[in-house]
Design a binder for this molecule. Structure first.
Ligand code: SF4
Length: 374
């Protein structure tokens, strides 16, 4: 059975504004320069919602990311939320996530966000102002703590997820341990941890620090291992290469995307997937506003199937046979035969109708994905 075009079941909205540009940033965003750009953005977003709403089924999850959604004013955020509510049919137990950065949150915005979303994803990166400064995030001292206190103390609060970056320039295991310790002292239910990617490192190199200050892959691996042990000892389970959650608090949106679910991406640079094809909106606010055509990601059906399969291997649970066949059209028996060497090397495991990475395979997911995608 081949894969088919399906209705969009998830919605991603890209808010393309930030208050400053972090040195390592590879996402598309522009430094917020005034209300006019936001007004233009909101009216074009409405048109994009209207154009695609009919291709959507009941929306299972909404993810408002960026950029920095919380850089919008309370009034603008409220209008954005109304546009989502007014244009899509949200499922009764829809999971709604809004990304925020600590220094742009206010009590008013927190109230609005909790009135709309059940999850907030807060970009802490590090509690240390010095490490943040080294990657171009000049946040005022104590802003992450203040944002967490506001989010935790607000009425009607939902799940709080935080991002941390490790292996920052000059950062040792002990410094990272301090970030983890402080983070778990708050009632957060989800933690995403990333090391700077090679691409991000390259962006950094030109500016703030020498490459020698940044440890290599071995250091990343030991920090990842340390992080897993630390968080698993405090009630968080690793459920994806970079993500930990208290049981039942995993990101349903991201799980859906990793396992070949369909999603509509709106806003500049947002990507969409309809079950067969993937495409990306133009990277540029002006280009997007003036109707620039999305860029198709044209690959063969076999490459798409392998790409979906490899993405699902980021999850600790891996693939269930029926879902894998439905989402990729791959033949289970042929695939198992092909994966024999990876299983023999201890990178993958197959058991009772499931296939996934071993612990070692998860640590080496990048290399493993390259071997699967060919
Ligand atoms: S806040 Fe996020 S999106 Fe904005 S510049 Fe920094 S890393 Fe990029």
């Amino acid at each position: 059975m081949g894969i088919m075009v399906r209705e969009f079941e998830r919605l991603y909205v890209h808010v393309p504004f930030c208050v400053r540009k972090c040195l390592y940033c590879g996402f598309f965003s522009e430094v917020l320069s005034g209300d006019d750009d936001v007004e233009m953005y909101l009216s074009c977003l409405e048109r994009e919602f209207e154009a695609y709403a009919l291709r959507c089924g009941e929306i299972l999850s909404v993810y408002i990311g960026g950029g920095t959604p919380s850089s919008l004013s309370a009034d603008q955020l409220g209008r954005l939320f109304e546009l989502v509510r007014g244009n899509f049919e949200l499922s009764r137990d829809v999971e709604v996530t809004v990304e925020a950065n600590p220094d742009t949150l206010t009590g008013e915005k927190v109230g609005l966000i909790w009135g709309f979303a059940g999850r907030v994803s807060l970009g802490v990166q590090s509690f240390s102002c010095e490490f943040c400064r080294r990657i171009g995030r000049d946040v005022p001292e104590g802003s992450a703590e203040r944002a967490l206190e506001m989010l935790c103390g607000a009425e009607g609060r939902g799940d709080i997820s935080c991002d941390l970056i490790y292996a920052l320039p000059g950062q040792g295991l002990e410094d990272f341990g301090e970030d983890l310790e402080k983070l778990v002292s708050y009632p957060v239910s989800h933690i995403s941890t990333y090391s700077l990617t090679l691409e991000e490192e390259a962006l950094l190199k030109g500016d703030a620090f020498s490459v020698d200050e940044r440890g290599g892959n071995d250091e990343d691996a030991s920090m990842m291992e340390f992080c897993r042990e630390y968080l698993e000892g405090r009630g968080f389970l690793m459920y994806e290469v970079s993500n930990y959650a208290r049981p039942g608090h995993e990101s349903r949106h991201n799980l859906g995307v990793w396992l070949g679910g369909t999603y509509l991406g709106c806003g500049p640079s947002a990507a969409s997937f309809d079950g067969v094809d993937r495409w990306q909106n133009v990277r540029g606010l002006d280009l997007w506003v003036s109707g620039g055509s999305p860029e198709p990601d044209k690959i063969s059906a076999d490459s798409r199937a392998r790409e979906i399969f490899a993405m699902g291997l980021r999850t600790v649970a891996g693939w269930d046979r029926a879902l894998l066949v439905e989402r990729t059209g791959l033949c289970w028996e042929v695939l198992l035969e092909e994966l024999r060497p990876l299983i023999a090397e201890g990178l993958m495991v197959s058991d009772r109708g499931r296939i996934g990475c071993s612990r070692k395979g998860l640590m080496l997911w990048n290399e493993l994905a390259e071997r699967i995608i060919l």
